[in-house]
Write a protein that binds this ligand. Structure first.
Ligand code: FAD
Ligand code: NAI
Length: 476
C-alpha cells in the first residue's frame, strides 16, 4: 500500500475492477479497495462474479441441460436411462466457475500493477487535489488514511428487503441464498416477477420444484416491449411458472419446515405453504461506510450519488459508477462507466451511449432487447413502423427444436432509422447485439434488408423482421 495514488477505486465489482485495470494500463498508480469475503475468502468480482450474473448462469445452464436431457431427447430418437441431478455437484461446479473467475480478476489486477486493499474504503474528504480515503483493513480492522488525486466510487448494490417477508437465510432467502439450495424445494415461492424471479424461478422449476411467483403490479416485464412481454408470459406459463400478477404478499412466516405466505389479490386474501421463499423485489444502491460526514459528495433526492452523463460527481476528480448511480443495474453498464471514468481522468473524452444498453433475461428461450420499445417510440413522438418474424418459420430454429419466439424491430417510419430490436429466441442475448451495432451506426431498416444473412441461422429472423417492416418478409 502506498500513501498516495493517482486513483483509488472503492469497490471491486465489474465496474470497479475494470476501471482499476484500465487505469493500470494507462500507467496510473492505482489501488482498488474491496471488502467482500466470499465463503471465508476475500474476493474480487463484486455481486456479478460471486453471487450474481455468473453463478446464476451456471445454474441456468445445469438446469437447462437436465431438463432438456430428461424431456427433449425423445423426438431425436435418443433414449436415456433415468435422468437424475446431483445438486451438490451442480453447486460445486458453480463454485468452481466463481473461484476461477474471481481468482482471474485478482491475477489481472496484479498483472496491471493495481494494489488490491482488502477492507473497507471511505471517502473522508473528496474536495481539493489530494482526496482523503480511509482504509479499514479486513484482517485487523486497522485504519489508514491514504490520499488520491482521483477517486471512483463503485460500491454496487444489495437486495431490497421488505418487512412482510424478512429473510432468515434458510427458508426465506434473497437471490444469494437461492444460489445455494442444497436440495430442490418441492414448492418454491418467489416474490417479484422481475429478472431474478424469472431466472432463479426457472432454475428450480426445471429441476422439479413447483414454482409460484407473486407480482404486485398488474403486468410483468413492464420495461419490455408489450408484444415481447406478452409472449414471454405465455411461454413461461407453459413451462410451468405460475406467475400471479396483481398479487401482493402481505405476510410470510416460517412455521416448522414451511413458509406460509399470505397474499392478496382482487381484495381476496389467501394462504399457501412453501419449502422455500425467494424475495427478489429489486436492489438498492449500497453506500454503507462509503462516505464520511465531510466527503462533500452531493446525493440525489432518492439518496443516490448524483452524477452527470459522464459519471462525474459534484467534486472534481471524484466519479461514481455502476449500480451505485442512476440507470439500469447491469454489469456491462457498470463496466463501461468505469472505463469512461478512467479515460476521462486520463484526459480522453469517451461517452457511454445509454440509448443502446442491452437487457437480457436468461430464461430459455432468452428475452432480450436494445433501444426503444414500440410504446416508448410512440411516446417519444416518432411515427413508428415495426416488423416482426416468428421463429416457427425459421429453418435453423426448427432444426434445433427451438422454433419458439420472435424477433421484432422498431423504426422511425419517416427516416427508416432503426430505433430498437426485441427478441425472444434461442440466443436472443447475442442476437440483439446486431441491433445495438446497427443502432450505433445509425442504420436504417433498409440497411438490414440489403445485408446478406447466412442460411440457416436464427439471425435470418432479424433480416426477415426488417423485411416485414415494409411488408416484404419472405417466409411469413
Ligand atoms: P457490485 O458488483 O455490487 O460490486 C460492488 C463491490 O463493492 C462489492 O463487491 C462490495 O463488496 C464492494 N463495496 C461496497 N462498499 C464498499 C466499501 N465501502 N469499501 C470497499 N468495498 C465496498 N447483470 C448483468 O448485466 N447480467 C446478468 O446476467 C446479471 N445477473 C444477475 C444475477 C443476480 C442474481 C444478481 C443479484 C445480479 C445480476 N446482475 C446481472 C446485476 C449485476 O450483478 C450488477 O449490475 C453488477 O454487479 C454491478 O456492478 P458494480 O461494480 O456496480 O457493483
Ligand atoms: P427487478 O426490478 O427486476 O424486479 C422486481 C420485481 O418485483 C418487479 O416486477 C416489481 O414490480 C416486483 N415487486 C416489487 N415489490 C414487490 C412486492 N412487495 N411484492 C411483489 N412484487 C414486488 O428486481 P430483481 O429481479 O430483484 O433484480 C434486481 C436487479 O438485478 C435487476 O433490476 C437487474 O438490474 C439485475 N439483474 C439483472 C439480470 C440480467 O441482466 N439478466 C439478472 C438478475 C438481476
Amino acid at each position: 500500500m502506498k500513501d498516495n495514488y493517482d486513483l483509488v477505486v472503492i469497490g471491486g465489482g465489474p465496474g470497479g475492477y475494470e476501471a482499476a485495470i484500465r487505469a493500470g494500463q494507462l500507467g496510473m498508480s492505482v489501488a482498488c479497495i474491496e471488502k467482500r469475503v466470499y465463503k471465508g475468502e476475500p474476493a474480487l468480482g463484486g455481486t456479478c462474479l460471486n453471487v450474481g450474473c455468473i453463478p446464476s448462469k451456471a445454474l441456468l445452464d445445469s438446469s437447462h441441460r437436465y431438463e432438456a436431457t430428461k424431456h427433449d431427447l425423445g423426438e431425436h430418437g435418443i433414449s436415456t436411462g433415468d435422468v437424475a441431478i446431483d445438486i451438490e455437484q451442480m453447486i460445486a461446479r458453480k463454485e468452481g466457475i466463481v473461484k476461477q473467475l474471481t481468482g482471474g480478476v485478482a491475477a489481472l489486477l496484479k498483472g496491471n500493477g493495481v494494489d488490491w486493499l482488502q477492507g473497507w474504503g471511505t471517502l473522508v474528504d473528496g474536495t481539493g487535489t489530494d482526496k482523503k480515503v480511509k482504509f479499514t483493513a479486513l484482517e485487523d480492522e486497522s485504519e489508514t488514511t491514504i490520499t488520491a488525486k482521483n477517486v471512483i466510487l463503485a460500491a454496487g448494490s444489495v437486495p431490497i428487503e421488505i418487512p412482510v417477508a424478512k429473510t432468515d437465510g434458510d427458508r426465506i432467502v434473497d437471490s444469494t441464498g437461492a444460489l445455494d439450495f442444497t436440495e430442490v424445494p418441492k414448492r418454491l415461492g418467489v416474490i417479484g416477477a422481475g429478472v431474478i424471479g424469472l431466472e432463479l424461478g426457472s432454475v428450480w422449476r426445471r429441476l422439479g420444484a413447483e414454482v409460484v411467483v407473486y407480482e404486485a403490479l398488474p403486468s410483468f416485464l413492464a420495461a419490455a416491449d408489450k408484444d415481447i412481454s406478452k409472449e414471454a408470459g405465455k411461454m413461461l406459463k407453459k413451462q410451468g411458472l405460475d406467475i400471479r400478477v396483481d398479487t401482493k404478499v402481505t405476510n410470510a412466516e416460517v412455521q416448522g419446515d414451511q413458509v406460509v405466505v399470505t397474499s392478496e389479490s382482487n381484495g381476496e386474501s389467501s394462504e399457501e405453504s412453501f419449502d422455500k421463499l425467494i424475495v427478489c423485489v429489486g436492489r438498492r444502491a449500497y453506500s454503507e461506510k462509503l462516505l464520511g460526514e465531510d466527503s462533500g459528495i452531493t446525493l440525489t433526492e432518492r439518496g443516490l450519488i448524483d452524477v452527470n452523463d459522464q459519471c462525474k460527481t459534484n467534486l472534481d476528480g471524484v466519479y461514481a459508477i455502476g449500480d451505485l448511480v442512476r440507470g439500469p443495474m447491469l454489469a456491462h453498464k457498470a463496466m463501461e462507466e468505469g472505463m469512461m471514468a478512467v479515460e476521462r481522468i486520463h484526459g480522453e473524452k469517451p461517452q457511454v451511449n445509454y440509448d443502446t444498453i442491452i437487457n437480457v433475461i436468461y430464461t430459455h428461450p432468452e428475452i432480450a432487447w436494445v433501444g426503444l420499445t414500440e410504446q416508448e417510440a410512440e411516446e417519444a413522438g416518432y411515427e413508428v413502423k415495426t416488423g416482426s418474424f416468428n421463429l416457427a418459420a425459421n429453418g435453423r430454429a426448427l432444426a434445433q427444436s427451438e422454433a419458439q419466439g420472435s424477433i421484432k424491430v422498431v423504426a422511425d417510419a419517416k427516416t427508416d432509422r432503426l430505433l430498437g430490436m426485441h427478441a425472444i429466441s434461442a440466443g436472443a442475448g447475442d442476437i440483439v447485439h446486431q441491433g445495438m451495432i446497427a443502432m450505433e451506426f445509425v442504420s436504417s431498416i433498409e440497411d438490414l434488408q440489403l445485408m446478406t444473412f447466412a442460411h440457416p441461422t436464427i439471425s435470418e429472423a432479424v433480416h426477415e423482421a426488417a423485411l416485414s417492416a415494409d411488408g416484404r418478409a419472405i417466409h411469413a
